[in-house]
Design a protein around this ligand. Structure first.
Ligand code: PLP
Length: 331
């Protein structure tokens, strides 16, 4: 990946002058089956720019309560776009067309306008859950029939695609915009690409500059993204196999009440109410064994497999959990 940087051609991306970045934009637009695309430093910026394009202040966004735009983007949709959210409590973050219908406000001179539906493929806090294609398409079509735009946070859409055999373009059909991350399973240091229609991307450029996301010689970054598209996509299946191995090991462990079904590369486990232990305590215990997991709220831990997690690392995690079971207190 690093070698790809040494031989790339670059130029000023702000004037469409970086051939390597332009190649990446075309590749990702094609993957999504959309007209154009835009390179950005992060996934959060992709979401925030899409929201800025699709909404105006006071508009309402319909999405899962557990979506990244709600729990992890610092309220950016309110600050940057003046939008508000109408959240759906959906099992594993996967809501239905009926949920959208229920959440959509009838036109009114008092109420905010329902303007945008945001889906997240895969659902991060749903434990990497894959939206079934039919469910995703019926959500998108229902939203569009009601005049709403539809945006996909596709941070891990390639994981969904590799696991299910469904193409990224099929998942994105019915959506007005979508993006994918290069910094997660694909293993790049920087980057995400947002796709949409030519008109959408023209407006997105405006917010890219406004939010400080316009860069210069981005070829040094996008060469690595192109490398990842060529070499790191199929191998996502290895991450899924390792996540399954973790799931199997955790199912026999008394520390947990619930292990979310593992569809892709995320393992989400809920601590047993009998375990006298918070998620933060377990995270810190595992950190002392050189294993990094994330505490989600008070009683869940999230484990992610990716390019840098090999079989030995998975064994270390499983041994750490077994040690926690014997060493840490239980009621
Ligand atoms: C579903 C989802 N959306 C958006 C993001 C944000 O991406 P970034 O960290 O590149 O801003 C993440 C990051 O983990 C994510 O999991």
């Amino acid at each position: 990946m690093l070698n790809s940087v040494l031989t790339m051609e670059t130029g000023d991306e702000r004037h469409n002058g970086c051939p390597t970045t332009n190649r990446l934009r075309e590749r990702v637009a094609d993957l999504f089956g959309m007209e154009d695309a835009l390179f950005l430093p992060s996934g959060s910026m992709c979401n925030q720019i899409a929201i800025a394009v699709h909404t105006k202040p006071g508009d309402e966004i319909i999405c899962s309560r557990e979506s990244h735009i709600v729990f992890a983007e610092c309220g950016g949709l309110a600050k940057l776009s003046g939008a508000m959210v109408s959240v759906i409590d959906a099992d594993r973050g996967l809501f239905s067309a009926d949920d959208v219908v229920r959440q959509c406000r009838p036109p009114s001179s008092f109420a905010p306008s329902s303007r945008l539906v945001v889906t997240e493929q895969t659902s991060n806090l749903g434990g990497g859950a894959i939206w079934p294609l039919e469910q995703l398409q019926s959500v998108a079509n229902t939203a569009r029939e009601r005049g709403l735009s539809v945006h996909m946070d596709g941070a891990r859409v390639l994981n969904a695609s590799v696991a299910s055999g469904t193409s990224v373009a099929e998942y994105a059909s019915g959506h007005d915009s979508a993006w994918l991350a290069f910094t997660k399973g694909l293993g790049c240091p920087v980057g995400a690409v947002l796709a949409g229609s030519r008109d959408f991307i023209r407006e997105a450029w405006h917010f890219k500059r406004m939010f400080g996301g316009a860069m210069r010689q981005t070829g040094v970054l996008t060469a690595m993204c192109l490398y990842a598209l060529d070499h790191h996509v199929e191998r996502l299946a290895e991450d899924h196999t390792r996540a399954k191995r973790i799931e199997t090991a955790l199912r026999g462990c008394s520390l947990f009440d619930r292990i979310f079904p593992v569809d892709t590369n995320i393992v989400l486990a809920e601590l047993s109410s009998a375990a006298e232990l918070s998620a933060v305590e377990l995270r810190d215990f595992l950190a002392s064994k050189n294993v990094k997991v994330m505490a989600v709220g008070t009683n869940r831990i999230r484990m992610i497999t990716h390019l840098d997690v090999d079989d030995r690392a998975v064994s270390r995690l499983i041994e750490g959990i077994e040690a926690a079971e014997t060493v840490l207190p239980s009621r």
